[in-house]
Design a binder for this molecule. Structure first.
Ligand SMILES: [Zn+2]
Length: 831
C-alpha cells in the first residue's frame, strides 16, 4: 500500500506534516499497548477456499452475503473455529455435508464468531462452513489511522446519487484487517486462500475483483451477476471488489490482460496514465527472475479513497491523485502518480506472492515496494533519477528524529497501523539500497529470486530474506540484519580531515555521535590527488575510527562514502574548494547535490561557492538545476549578474518544464518589468507548471493585470496553473473572486487544501462581505475537524487567529466570537 501519510502529504504539508508526524511518532510513556508482544498469529485453522455470493443494498449501505468457506486444522486436531466478522448480522452458520447444511452453535461478540464444529477434525480433513450474513460497514465503528484514514472495509460512495458531480461507486479496502467487515474470515496476513466471488450489481455497472472474470449472467430484474475466480491462494487483506461506472481500457503483457478502469472522463488518458505498466511488469519480471505471477493485472481509480493506493492481488486500487490529463502529465517526470503505479506493481511479488507473516514484519512488503520506486527510476530515467529518488527517501526518514527509536522489524507497537511509517517505507527502502551495494547487484537479485521461490504463495519475514541473501552471496548477514532490521536508529556521522605536509600524510577522522553502539559501516573512500582518483575500501567498526594514508601531494578531495550509500545523518567538514572540486569531478548525483547544498549557504562570501551555484544552473540532471535555481541568491550582485542571462535562457528553451517554471519563478521574484514579455510568452505554454509560474511572476509585477488574466484560466486550468490562479486570487483578489476560491478550497483534494490554506486565510482577512467571511471561517473549521486527529489543530488555530487579527485591523470585530469559538475547538484535544 502507498499511504498518503508516508507519501503525498509528508513532502508538502510542511508545518502541518511535522506536527502530524510528531503526534503519531511519540507513543505515550506508559502506553499499555506498547507492552504487548505482537507475535505472529497462531494458526489453529487454515483457510483453503473462500466462496462468496454478495448483493448490495445501496439505500441501507449493507452487503447481503452468503459464504462457503473451506478450512482445515493447521496441525492439531480441533472441534472449533474462530472467524473475524466485524459488526455483522450473522443469520445462519452451518457445516456443509453432501450438499446439506447442518446448523452449528456459535457465540458472537460483534468482532469474532466462535463456532463449535460438529466434530473434531484432523489436519488431513477439509471442512466447509456456510455463513448467511449481512455486513453493515457504516454501522461498524472502525478506528482509522493517519496512514489509512478509515477501516470499515467496504465503502459506498454517493450511494443515493444525491451528491452532484460524484459517481456512485462501491469499493473495498482490506489492509490491515478490514476485509472481515465484509466477509467472515481469518483476517490475518499469514492465512492464504483461493477465492470465488459472485457479485450481483445493477446491470449498468462494471465490476472488478481478484483473478479472472469467469462468468457474467444477466438477471431478469435489471441486475447482473459477475463471478470472479482467484485460483492461486492469497491473503484475506488482499481481497477486493469494486462496482461502478468505469470505462475499461485493455492492454496486454505476454498474453495476460493488463487493464485500466477509469471514470469515463479520464478514460481517454488511460494509456497516458497507465500505459507504461506492461513495460514495468516486464522489467520487474526480468529483474526478479520470476514472471508476473497472476493471471491478469488491473488498476482502478476510485473516489474518496482512504489512503494512497492498495496492491490487491491482480487488482490494484488507486486514489484519485494518480489521475491526470495529457497536459498535466507533461509536468510529471517521475511524480507521485507514476511512483505509486510501480510501487503497487512490485507488491504483486513482495506482499502478494510472498506476504509478510505478521504486521511486525511489514518490511518485507513495504520496504521492497518503496525500493522498487528507485529501481524503476534508475531503469527508466537513469542512474541520476534513481539516486535522486533514494535520496528523497533518506531525507524523509532522517527528517523525523522521533523515528530513531523504532526497529524496522517491530514487535511492539501501539496499533498495527503505526507500522505504516517512514521506518518501514523510506528507511527500509534505503537499507535495501545499501544492501544491494554491499552484495553487488547480481547477488542481491539472485537472493530476492531465492526468497520469492522458496516462499512462493506463502509468507516470509526478514529472517527468510536474510537466509536467501546469504545463500545467494555466501556471506553472513547476521550483523547487517541485527543492526538495520532488528535495531533502531542511524549513524550520526561527523567527518574531519587533516593534512600533514611534513609527513605527506592525510588523516580522515570518522566519528559516530549517536547514542548507543557504533554502526558497522562498510564504505568506499575515493581519494583525488595529483589528477588521479584512487578508491580505498574501509569498514568503520568503532564510534571513532580514522583512516591514515600517505599521498605524494595534498589530495584535492577525499570523498568519504564514494558510492553515497550510507543511511546516515552526515556532517562533512570539507572546505568549499573541496566541495567545488567534488561538484566538478566526482561522478554521482549526490556528489553534486552535497556540493550545491554546501555552496548555497556560502554564496555571499565565497567565490568557489558562487561558481558551483552558477554552474549547477546548467547541471546535466534537471532536479539539480531546479535545486540550484531555487538556491541561487539573486540579491547578491555577483550571483544575479551571472545567473540572470542563464535563467532567461532556461526559462525559454530548457526542454524540462519544471526547470523552465523554476527559472520563471526565480526571475519573477526580481519584479523586473523587462521580463514581462517573457512571462506573457510563458502563459502560452502547454505546460501548466510554466503557465502557473508565469502567472505568478506577472502578478508580482502587475497585480490587476494578472488578476484579469487569471480569470481567463478559471475554467480550463489544472495542476500548477490552478494553484497559480488560486494563489493570484487569494493574494490579490477580493469579494469578486471569492466564490471561485471558496469552491476550489472546499472541493479540493487534501493536498491542494494544505497548499493554499495560508493564502486562503489571507484572502478571508480582506473580504468585505460578512457572510463570505463566515463561509470561509467555517470551511477552515471543517477542514480542521477532518484532520485534527492528526495533530494539526493548533496550526489551524493559528491560521484562524491570523484571520481575526486581519479582520480587527480592518475594523471588523463581528466575526471575533465565531473565530474564538473555532480556535477553542481546534485547540481542544482530538477525540
Ligand atoms: Zn505499499
Amino acid at each position: 500500500m502507498k499511504t498518503l501519510y508516508a507519501a503525498a502529504l509528508i513532502g508538502s504539508m510542511g508545518l502541518f506534516a511535522l506536527n502530524a508526524t510528531a503526534q503519531q511518532a511519540a507513543p505515550k510513556q506508559d502506553d499499555p499497548a506498547m507492552k504487548i508482544y505482537r507475535e505472529t498469529p497462531t494458526k489453529y485453522n487454515d483457510l483453503v477456499h473462500t466462496k462468496l455470493d454478495v448483493r448490495f443494498d445501496y439505500k441501507k449501505r449493507y452487503l447481503y452475503g452468503k459464504e462457503w468457506v473451506t478450512i482445515k486444522p493447521h496441525f492439531y486436531p480441533t472441534d472449533s473455529l474462530s472467524l473475524d466478522a466485524k459488526g455483522m448480522d450473522l443469520k445462519t452458520i452451518a457445516i456443509v455435508k453432501n450438499g446439506k447444511n447442518t446448523p452449528l452453535k456459535f457465540t458472537y461478540d460483534g468482532m469474532v464468531v466462535k463456532i463449535k464444529l460438529d466434530r473434531t477434525y484432523r489436519n488431513n480433513e477439509n471442512y466447509t462452513v456456510y455463513v448467511d450474513y449481512t455486513a453493515k460497514p457504516n454501522e461498524y465503528k472502525a478506528q482509522g489511522s493517519l496512514a489509512i484514514t478509515d477501516a470499515k472495509g467496504l465503502y459506498f460512495i454517493n450511494p443515493d446519487g444525491t451528491e452532484k458531480d460524484k459517481p456512485t461507486q462501491i469499493w473495498t479496502q482490506g489492509e490491515t484487517e478490514g476485509s472481515s467487515v465484509w466477509f467472515p474470515t481469518i483476517d490475518k496476513p499469514n492465512q492464504k486462500t483461493t477465492d470465488e466471488i459472485s457479485m450481483t450489481v445493477p446491470a449498468k455497472y462494471v465490476t472488478l475483483s481478484n483473478g479472472r472474470l469467469a462468468s457474467q449472467k444477466v438477471n431478469g430484474d435489471g441486475t447482473r451477476t459477475d463471478t470472479w475466480k482467484m485460483e492461486l491462494p492469497h491473503s484475506p487483506y488482499l481481497f477486493m471488489m469494486a462496482v461502478g461506472d468505469f470505462k475499461i481500457t485493455k492492454d496486454t503483457w505476454k498474453g495476460k490482460e493488463v487493464s485500466y478502469y477509469l471514470e469515463p472522463k479520464y478514460a481517454p488518458y488511460a494509456k497516458d496514465i497507465f500505459g507504461f505498466t506492461p513495460e514495468v511488469i516486464d522489467f520487474y519480471s526480468k529483474t526478479l527472475g520470476i514472471d508476473y505471477p497472476w493471471n491478469k493485472y488491473s488498476q482502478i481509480v476510485v473516489r474518496d479513497y482512504v489512503s494512497g493506493a492498495m496492491e490487491n492481488t491482480s487488482a490494484t486500487l488507486h486514489g484519485e491523485y494518480v489521475q491526470a490529463t495529457k497536459r498535466e502529465l507533461l509536468d510529471d517526470y517521475y511524480g507521485q502518480g507514476r511512483s505509486t503505479i510501480v510501487h503497487e506493481l512490485f507488491h504483486q511479488w513482495f506482499g502478494d506472492y510472498v506476504t509478510c507473516e505478521s504486521w511486525s514484519n511489514l518490511t518485507v512488503n513495504e520496504s521492497f515496494a518503496d525500493f522498487s520506486e528507485t529501481l524503476w527510476a534508475e531503469h527508466k530515467y537513469g542512474q541520476e533519477a534513481g539516486d535522486a529518488h533514494i535520496n528523497g527517501d533518506r531525507q524523509a526518514y532522517l527528517s523525523q528524529p522521533d523515528l530513531r527509536t523504532k526497529d524496522l522489524v517491530r514487535f511492539h507497537y501501539h496499533d498495527k497501523e503505526d507500522m505504516f511509517d517512514a521506518v518501514t517505507y523510506q528507511k527500509g527502502g534505503s537499507i535495501l539500497y545499501m544492501l544491494r551495494n554491499y552484495l553487488g547487484r547480481e547477488a542481491f537479485y539472485k537472493g530476492l529470486n531465492i526468497y520469492l521461490k522458496t516462499n512462493a504463495l506463502k509468507n516470509g519475514e526478514a529472517q527468510q530474506l536474510r537466509l536467501a541473501l546469504e545463500e545467494a552471496s555466501g556471506r553472513d548477514l547476521n550483523w547487517f540484519f541485527n543492526q538495520w532490521y532488528y535495531g533502531a536508529g542511524n549513524p550520526i556521522l561527523n567527518i574531519n580531515y587533516k593534512w600533514d605536509d611534513a609527513t605527506k600524510t592525510e588523516t580522515v577522522i570518522l566519528n559516530q555521535t549517536q547514542d548507543g553502539n557504533a554502526f558497522i559501516l562498510p564504505m568506499a573512500i575515493d581519494v583525488y590527488a595529483g589528477g588521479k582518483k584512487e578508491r580505498k575500501t574501509f569498514w568503520m567498526r568503532n564510534k571513532v575510527d580514522s583512516l591514515v594514508f600517505k599521498s605524494a601531494v595534498k589530495p584535492s578531495l577525499v570523498n568519504v562514502d564514494g558510492d553515497k550509500m550510507l543511511l546516515a545523518k552526515k556532517t562533512d567538514n570539507k572546505t568549499l574548494d573541496e566541495f567545488a572540486f567534488q561538484y566538478f569531478n566526482a561522478p554521482l548525483y549526490l556528489d553534486r547535490f552535497e556540493a550545491i547544498t554546501a555552496a548555497a549557504k556560502s554564496q555571499n562570501s565565497n567565490a568557489a561557492a558562487r561558481k558551483v551555484i552558477i554552474a549547477a544552473l546548467n547541471d546535466k540532471y534537471w532536479e539539480l538545476q531546479v535545486k540550484a535555481i531555487k538556491a541561487a541568491d539573486l540579491t547578491n550582485d555577483d550571483v544575479r549578474n551571472a545567473a540572470q542571462p542563464i535563467l532567461s535562457k532556461l526559462a525559454q528553451t530548457d526542454p524540462n518544464n519544471l526547470v523552465k517554471a523554476a527559472a520563471i519563478t526565480a526571475l519573477g521574484k526580481l519584479k523586473a518589468s523587462g521580463n514581462t514579455n517573457l512571462f506573457k510568452q510563458g502563459l502560452n505554454s502547454q505546460s501548466y507548471a510554466v503557465q502557473g509560474a508565469s502567472l505568478t511572476a506577472l502578478s508580482l509585477i502587475d497585480a490587476p493585470n494578472a488578476l484579469a488574466m487569471a480569470k481567463t484560466y478559471e475554467k480550463d486550468s489544472d495542476g500548477a496553473l490552478k494553484d497559480a490562479v488560486l494563489k493570484t486570487y487569494a493574494n490579490s483578489g477580493s469579494d469578486e473572486q471569492w466564490p471561485f476560491v471558496y469552491d476550489a478550497f472546499k472541493n479540493g483534494q487534501p493536498q491542494e487544501q494544505f497548499n493554499i490554506i495560508r493564502s486562503y486565510a489571507d484572502m478571508i482577512g480582506r473580504l468585505k462581505n460578512q457572510s463570505s467571511v463566515e463561509q470561509g471561517i467555517s470551511s477552515i473549521v471543517d477542514f480542521g475537524n477532518k484532520y485534527k486527529k492528526y495533530g494539526v489543530g493548533p496550526q489551524i488555530a493559528m491560521v484562524l487567529n491570523g484571520i481575526k487579527d486581519a479582520r480587527n485591523k480592518a475594523g471588523d470585530t463581528a466575526s471575533n466570537a465565531m473565530i474564538d469559538k473555532a480556535v477553542a475547538e481546534m485547540n481542544a484535544p482530538a477525540n
